[in-house]
Design a protein around this ligand. Sequence first.
Ligand code: 26Y
Length: 824
Amino acid sequence: AWKRFQAKGFTTKEDFEREVVRHVETTLARSMFNCDETAAYAAASLAFRDRLITQWNRTQQRQTFSDTKRIYYLSLEFLMGRAFDNAMLNVGAKEIATEGLADLGFRIEDIISQEHDAALGNGGLGRLAACFLDSMASLNYPAWGYGLRYRYGIFKQEIVDGYQVEVPDYWLDFNPWEFPRHDIVVDIQFYGHVRKYQTDEGKNVVIWEGGEIVKAVAYDVPIPGFETSATNNLRLWSSKAASGEFDFQKFNSGDYESSVAEQQRAETISAVLYPNDNLDRGKELRLKQQYFWVAASLYDIVRRFKKSKRAWSEFPDQVAIQLNDTHPTLAIVELQRILVDLEGLEWDESWKIVTRTFGYTNHTVLPEALEKWSVPLFQNLLPRHLQIIYEINLFFLQLVERKFPKERELLGQVSIIEESQPKMVRMAYLAIVGSHKVNGVAELHSDLIKSTIFKDFVRIFGPDKFTNVTNGITPRRWLHQANPRLSELIASKIGGVGFLKDLNLLNELEKFADDKEFKKQWAEIKYANKVRLAKHIKTTTGVTVNPAALFDIQVKRIHEYKRQQMNIFGVIHRYLTIKAMTAEERKKLAPRVSIFGGKAAPGYWMAKTIIHLVNSVGAVVNHDEDVGDLLKVIFLEDYNVSKAEMICPASDISEHISTAGTEASGTSNMKFVLNGGLIIGTCDGANIEITREIGENNIFLFGNLAEDVEDLRHAHNYGSHAMDPDLVKVFEAIKKNTFGDAGAFGALVSAIEDHGDYYLVSDDFHSYTQTQDLVDEAYKDQDEWISKTIISVARMGFFSSDRCINEYAESIWNIEPLAPEANG
Ligand code: 26Y
């Protein structure tokens, strides 16, 4: 039915061309005679945007009139990537655009690549939020995303002399996908003090006054669903000085600098995304960002609810708020404040509403990523919120005491306030206490949080409060958009692109796992994708790689727990092995290209050292004539969403090799398998469920299990551990300056040799290299390899973010889809 839906704008190629020309000439005020690719991108985007706007307005109106429950997804990160290609595919008119642009003299790929990524996130958590928005719209759920409109997204990474250099990512020069709402502005208060008094009627009143005000301005981004006219909204807040102007008096008296100071201070709040992934630094500006965004979003949500004139008790029937990690946890406190201080509800009544409204998703067990804020900092910035937190904690600890009267030490363990010096607010504990459901993002992870970091809370609230929702990815972007040829081949075999909306239909592919002709086409597509990546490698690094070699890819944020260091040590081991071989022996080897990519947090020195080592090894290996095509080592600069769309379809094997129990889920593992690549990985995160779905013959698992990690760490620290001999040789080579001055890499080596090898590289190294040998062997049998990849793709249905969103909707949000009108 959606196909009959006709929005304003274009429906034919000719219409589309006319719209493009109109936008070039009138919107952009340029002539078609000097319409370059930038202008063509702008005009084509605006043509699609016009269509989206119509759908978007109708969807919002319909959601408002139907008065049904909405889900609000609060995330400090939305790693959206590019919007144009996605809009074309979701609206369903990419062919028209391709032909139309060709008529005008442009290739669609060149136009698509004009767009700057919207990179408002660090890694997995931010990209998950973006996949969720796509699924919620595609499944017709009434949903809004709320985030911050950073002026600078995640920095652009350049590699200079083998080192990472960070360059600011200013992305807003031309962004047709956002709509400033200058009429939607919320005053946000910081600092000040709290005054309490009793009215003549004996009512307690609390006033938070003084301090400073900053304005939050809304910017809206349309989120089109796939093959539906439903178009949801992502609202991003931008900060602005309350006065809106700089101080004229100061300006006129010659004090130029301080005249703009207030304005700059205010604008700083939404200026930049914190580039730390899984690492908490407790900076005041970040807490300001969090409150600014949470307070503006809640004001907006509450205002919308109040228009419905319902009783407050119905709030949780109209509103579900999902907290993407603890970053928005202040929303719990803010809603309680609104209800008690501003709306005059009783504490208990409010608290019931609050806890029924919120759900909290945990994305990590790493202690260094668990947010804590110092009480003095809180006291200064948000004095009333701190009082409310103490009050929440008091009632919570009373409950604990009633339930476990004999366990005095339990109170200190679960207290929202950590009795340290200074005292700290434990945000995860606050999020648990203030939510009705807490979920992890893969089965192992959800089990781990229940048995480790949150185990006391399972006793207190019972096991039903804790659940699992295994992550997923949107097949629209990560299959159809990233790998159009594969998507078309699949569609041609299993009766159309229905699998893009019901990924389990991929099952039908399994019958072709031994089909000769099909396998040939399948392999050709993989090869073409590798050729494309090889070209990119050539132009960006100058290194020639053989597309027939095994492409081994590890792309993700650089982190010790993800163990890129183990990968590069494995590469060095391979290099040493090749060097020690005779020419005859070398002939039997499978050529391999080891590809790395990912950003290191600017302050994470160890991660930066890993990047430096990868580049230093590449500089030696790639020019060693003994090695030739047998081994190439590549570091891809500036890994981001749009590059991932090129990289994921080009792997033969990808690496997901975190220390067991540390990677909550991982989602790139899903992207690589869905694009016909195999995995080498540890028994961690979603790797375990991927194995269960695709079968253990189709994945290369290795390494110690999560349950053994504690004992192994103990063994390192108390001396009963011998280093792996192959790893020792790798370290010897490094120490002999084989890859440049060994001093530069000393910290990487001594973390393992001298400092307890916390991530168990030495323990897993043998198993890792052995398994890599199995990969080599398996790759030689191309026929079997291809069958494995087909079977794997056929069994990936479970990992659609549609399945994931439906689980959230049913088990956490209690919300139903709202289909758009058949004819728009
Ligand atoms: C507190 C702070 C600085 C912070 C900032 C970003 C803490 C954590 C993060 C980001 C965490 C993150 O990206 N976690 C990843 O979430 C993915 C989606 O659930 C998982 O697949 C992945 O395993 C996990 O590391």
